[in-house]
Write a protein that binds this ligand. Structure first.
Ligand code: DAT
Ligand code: MG
Length: 173
């Protein structure tokens, strides 16, 4: 950065099922790699329908919604998604720029979607290999949807402590 920038934000990135299946994880992470882009949480998620529909709830009325959900559920690839929270100055806008335009055919060739995206020939759904939050509001909603606070090494949103009794899975001794 040329000048001091205090606008530190967090953003959600998903490497989508096409990116994982086509073994693009390393290439994508390399393009997102920069000293100002700090990874503060990551996990591999087996996506279920409720999570996929909630993530794309703003697109529920679109004709491609059902195919988009199937895509995120891994119908044509693998049912895994790599979820990452990046933190840094103006990170939401900067990672969107690196990610490129939604339609891979319109994305510039030096962007992640421009390099690796394609259009699913059967459905017309954009296989655009990554998701990245579009603005502050989306980033907060999506981070809270994909991660619990104790999975994030640098917590930026308010938390509360709740005592609850539940069964958890542990390694057998
Ligand atoms: P973005 O992922 O760039 O934020 P979005 O939120 O409008 O774009 O849409 C979410 C995903 O839905 C997008 O990554 C790919 C798919 N999609 C959007 N518009 C589409 C269209 N017109 N045809 C097919 N798939 C589309
Ligand atoms: Mg979006």
């Amino acid at each position: 950065m040329d000048e001091q920038n205090d606008n530190v934000e967090q953003t959600l990135v998903l490497i989508k099922p096409d990116g994982l299946q086509r073994s693009l994880t390393g290439n994508i992470l390399a393009l997102l790699s920069h000293p100002d882009n700090i990874i503060v949480a990551t996990k591999l998620v087996k996506v279920n329908r409720a999570l996929a529909e909630e993530h794309y709830s703003h697109l529920k009325q679109k004709p491609f919604f059902e195919d988009l959900i199937k895509f995120l559920l891994g119908e044509w690839h693998t049912n895994r998604v790599l979820a990452i929270i990046y933190e840094g100055p103006d990170i939401i806008k900067r990672i969107r720029a690196t990610g490129g335009a939604t339609n891979p055919e319109e994305a510039k060739p030096d962007t992640i979607r421009g390099k690796y995206g394609r259009i699913h020939s059967k459905t017309g759904v954009y296989e655009n290999v990554i998701h990245c939050s579009a603005n502050n509001e989306d980033a907060e909603r999506e981070i809270k949807l994909w991660f619990e606070p104790d999975e994030v090494v640098n917590i930026r949103f308010p938390v509360e402590y709740i005592v609850e009794e539940r069964t958890v899975m542990k390694w057998k001794k």
